[in-house]
Ligand binder design. Structure first.
Ligand code: FES
Length: 546
């Protein structure tokens, strides 16, 4: 076969280059990369994504399915040069942003710079990404010119007063006045103040906002747009909408001085009633969908969602884990924020406590314990013998705890971490432990069932992506030890953080990623754990501490 000696390459800007081709049998993507034009080969040149698409404007190319002639769009990783060709590289296929580790999340794939919204440098040149969690909400402000994150702000979701989980909120929405009040709580009492705060931090007023991208679970997105979520609470659990959806600020009643009512906002696509857009975002931004070996994503938030990728097929399930690992419902629980205890080690004989707080705030001034500290507590209290398999303080060990660290509150035993007397003391109670065990049991049992359904063992997985805000501070060995990640090895686990936010950011900066997220819905099968014959038994087994 004769090979090309040179090709013409045209960029989106109109710039043209002539590239000499001296190497045989390399993919067009490799040839372009060798000449300083790397493409978004995010699936590892396996023909699974759209990141390497180029337009063949003249000539022909050899592809996996035979010779193709211009004009045609081809995946450059599946094409080889055989004759002279004129190639156009669209902006969406140029790497402009490398995989990156953000403050609280990790984006594992390269992406282009094709913002979702038109922007005017110095004018409307800013956009926001939001993760609407059931418990917590985080806003990022993003510069559309550079794609850089300018600032972030987070808070509890003000809808918490209507219930701490999606089921109680769906129930509350049966009253029309609650539906409107819940929309107001998320839009005007949570997102609007966060936008203003993020704007202040970045030195940008909201009148520079060109649009937003929003990820969240299916219930949260229904409530955000004022859509009745009650069908999500009754079999067959049919969402009112699940595809990506564009709304305007005025549609969701978002009002802020300087923010145009017609400001567009893109809701990311979800998979199902209980595997929502936050998970689609994670599956894509983690890159798991392109992994050559089976991989698992476990997102621990208010619910625990689990997605298995094997041979490019996705199987997903959701567990009603409750918000314990987000610090909700626990005596001294808090989300991961400055001043929260994030690490904890406990030993007996002699009794010792070691703690770390986010921001290195002294323990006496700590404002609570976040999920990772509770995982540490369960692991070290169990390994030291303070906790028994059922999660109760063992009688003999309890007697060895110094009197000032023992605390009894309405008959409930608790280990006190700080000196303060009375209700202000930081402490972990047996009731806290029971709630944590319920959450970890739901997740552990869900993981086991998903793997078994696919005939895959935990040790067969190439990678386990652990998503969710609390994961960033998590001691993975402890999560494995308590059975939250049952049967895995530490080196399999990769903590990727808040992937809902990562996906919203991706969609904002590279609009083509939105199409790819939308396409994922055709690859996923969602299984209902409540229909799995042995879920209940497994859940009960997992209530124990190994
Ligand atoms: S890199 Fe070519 S299809 Fe993904």
């Amino acid at each position: 076969m004769s090979h090309a000696t040179h090709i013409q390459v045209e960029l989106e800007s109109g710039e043209r280059r002539e590239i000499p081709v001296t190497r045989d049998n390399h993919s067009l993507a490799d040839v372009l990369a060798a000449h300083g034009l790397p493409l978004n080969t995010r699936c590892g040149q396996r023909g699974l994504c759209r990141g390497c698409e180029v337009d063949l404007r003249e000539g022909s190319l050899q592809t996996d399915s035979g010779a193709v002639n211009a004009p045609v769009t081809v995946q450059a990783c599946r094409a080889r040069l055989t004759s002279q060709a004129h190639i156009h590289i669209p902006a969406r296929s140029r790497i402009e942003h490398l995989p990156q580790v953000g403050e609280t999340f990790e984006i594992a794939i390269p992406y282009a710079h094709q913002p979702l919204f038109p922007f005017v440098p110095g004018g409307r040149d800013t956009a926001f990404a939001v993760d609407v969690g059931t418990t917590t909400v985080v806003v990022l402000l993003v510069d559309l010119v550079t794609g850089e994150v300018l600032s972030r702000a987070g808070a509890f979701n003000e809808q918490i007063r209507f219930g701490d989980n999606v089921i109680t909120r769906i129930e509350a929405a049966r009253k029309p006045e609650n539906l409107a009040a819940m929309q107001r709580a998320i839009v005007m009492e949570t997102i609007q103040p966060l936008l203003l705060r993020a704007g202040e931090r970045a030195g940008r007023s909201v009148n520079r906002i060109a649009g937003g991208a929003i990820a969240g679970n299916t219930t949260m997105l229904h409530l955000l747009v004022g859509e009745d979520p009650t069908p999500l609470g009754i079999a067959p659990f049919t969402p009112r909408f699940i595809a990506g959806k564009k709304v305007l600020a005025s549609d969701i009643k978002l009002v802020a001085e300087g923010l145009a009512p017609e400001t567009p906002m893109q809701l990311l696509p979800g998979f199902s009633a209980y595997v929502g857009a936050d998970i689609t975002a994670g599956v894509f931004a983690s890159g798991m969908v392109f992994d050559p070996t089976p991989s698992l994503l476990v997102d621990i938030g208010t619910n625990g969602e689990i997605v298995l990728q094997s041979g490019g097929k996705l199987t997903a399930c959701a567990t009603a884990a409750g918000p314990a690992f987000e610090g909700c419902g626990l005596r001294c629980g808090t989300r991961a924020r400055e001043g929260a205890v994030s690490d904890l080690r406990l030993t007996l004989n002699p009794f010792q406590l070691e703690t770390k707080t986010i921001g290195n705030i002294p323990l006496a001034r700590a404002n609570g314990l976040c999920g990772s500290a509770y995982v540490d507590f369960l692991a070290t209290a169990r390994s030291s013998g303070l906790l028994g398999v059922a999660g109760r303080f063992t009688a003999a060990a309890w007697e060895n705890v110094p009197a000032q660290n023992r605390f009894t509150d309405e008959g409930e035993r608790a280990l006190r971490l700080t000196e303060t007397n009375g209700a202000g003391a930081l402490r972990v109670s047996e009731v806290d432990v029971a709630l944590l065990l319920q959450a970890k049991a739901a997740i552990g049992a869900g993981i086991e069932i998903l793997l078994e359904t696919a005939g895959i063992r935990a040790t067969d997985l190439g990678r386990v992506y652990l998503a969710g805000g609390f994961g960033m501070h998590l001691n993975v060995a402890h999560a494995i030890a308590i059975g939250l990640l049952p049967g895995f090895r530490e080196e399999q686990v990769r903590v990727v953080g808040n992937m809902a936010l990562a996906g919203a950011l991706l969609a904002l900066v590279d609009r083509t990623t939105l199409d790819e997220m939308e396409n994922l819905r055709t690859q996923v099968e969602v299984i209902e754990l409540n229909l799995a014959a042995d879920f209940e038994d497994r859940y009960i087994d997992h209530l124990m501490l190994p």
